[in-house]
Ligand binder design. Structure first.
Ligand code: PMV
Length: 348
């Protein structure tokens, strides 16, 4: 770790990073420590390629406060969480210099497309670079987790496992890459059914489920078995096995959400229509595809490459599907040089 001296900051210190969202196949829904943002159980995800966040962080001794521009507009609600994440890196660098964060997503923000995952992964990588901190990918993952649990996974590419960890300080609650995107080149189709921001954020939703769903303890207790199944499916490149455990994990998580009081319902009738269509494509037509849904109304269909065009067309045809996005799996968060050349961060 390099010490960072504010007095040395005669010119601005800048870092630019690029990160992609990830989609959990074995879901994360619940925390064992809210303050440190420690998950109650592990999770397993795939990192996407063509949906991305690009973030530029600039520290300047002349700034009086942190500022956040999201897609060109001042974002006050998100500034508190961003500032808290900046504080962790400032503490590591020994500075209290303020920052200007400019971030851009090429997909809808906060609508269940994991913008917080790519957002905090890019923020941590860009900030570490701006502050001249030379951090291992596991350390970047630990820092990103404190911004958003799923962001810990976006530090890495391809297939990624997030460990719940057992330490009280959360040092072992980090993600780890299992296989790269090229090891098993699956693709993902996202059916966008609404661009509205979600009504209940994941932190509040998780706490509400932990407090009120009678299924919550059983859900948390079941995740380790799902993880073992999914890990093995990835190791064997067994699509059917991955499909089975992923759909089961998704539906179990939504059962916990539905059984919270009052219920958390992120689905719309359009969400259900997409799920039905994917089930038909897999069960009736024998296509290599399965669905997953997060804390929002969009449906993500994970596909074998040979079937992705058919799946995208079938979902685009459904009434209420505004658009479909198609993407291969991608790399982890990485720095982007001033000349826009990318350098590897934790990319698998
Ligand atoms: O990382 P958060 O706090 O946005 O929570 C993510 C929760 C889900 O997207 C619903 C599931 C997951 O594992 O990504």
């Amino acid at each position: 770790m390099t010490a960072f001296a504010v007095s040395a900051m005669s010119t601005a210190a800048v870092g630019v990073a690029h990160a992609q969202p990830n989609i959990a196949l074995v879901k994360y829904w619940g925390k064992r420590d809210v303050r440190l943002n420690l998950p109650a159980a592990g999770s397993l995800s795939v990192t996407l390629k063509d949906l991305w966040t690009r973030t530029r962080v600039e520290f300047d001794a002349g700034f009086h406060h942190d500022a956040l521009l999201l897609d060109g507009r001042e974002d006050h609600p998100a500034l508190r969480r961003v500032g808290a994440c900046l504080d962790l890196l400032r503490a590591a660098a020994g500075t209290d210099c303020r920052a200007r964060v400019e971030t851009h997503n090429n997909f809808p923000t906060a609508a269940g497309l994991a913008s917080s995952a790519s957002g905090f992964a890019a923020l941590v990588v860009a900030t570490a670079a701006a502050l001249d901190l030379d951090l291992e990918p596991a350390e970047l993952s630990r820092l990103a987790r404190q911004g958003s649990g799923s962001a810990a996974r976006s530090i890495f590419g391809g297939f990624v496992e997030m460990h719940a960890g057992s330490r009280a300080d959360g040092a072992d609650a980090v993600a780890e890459p299992l296989a790269s995107a090229s090891d098993w080149p699956l693709e993902v189709v996202v059916a966008v059914t609404s661009r509205a921001r979600k009504t209940t954020g994941s932190t509040d939703g998780m706490q509400h489920s932990a407090d009120t769903s009678p299924f919550y303890p059983a859900w948390v207790a079941s995740v380790d078995d799902d993880l073992a199944e999914a890990r093995q499916a990835v190791a064997r490149r067994d699509f059917e096995a991955l499909a089975d455990v992923s759909e089961a994990s998704c539906l179990k998580m939504h059962a916990v959400m539905f059984s919270s009081r009052p219920a958390l319902m992120y689905w719309s009738d359009r969400t259900l229509a997409c799920i039905e269509r994917v089930r038909q494509l897999r069960q009736r037509d024998g296509l290599g595809v399965f669905f997953t849904v997060d804390a929002g109304p969009q449906v993500k269909a994970v596909c074998q490459p040979a079937d992705v065009a058919t799946v995208a067309a079938a979902l685009a045809d459904l009434p209420g599907v505004e658009r479909v996005l198609r993407t291969p799996l991608g790399e982890g968060a990485r720095l982007v040089d001033a000349g826009s050349q990318e350098t590897a961060g934790g990319g698998a």
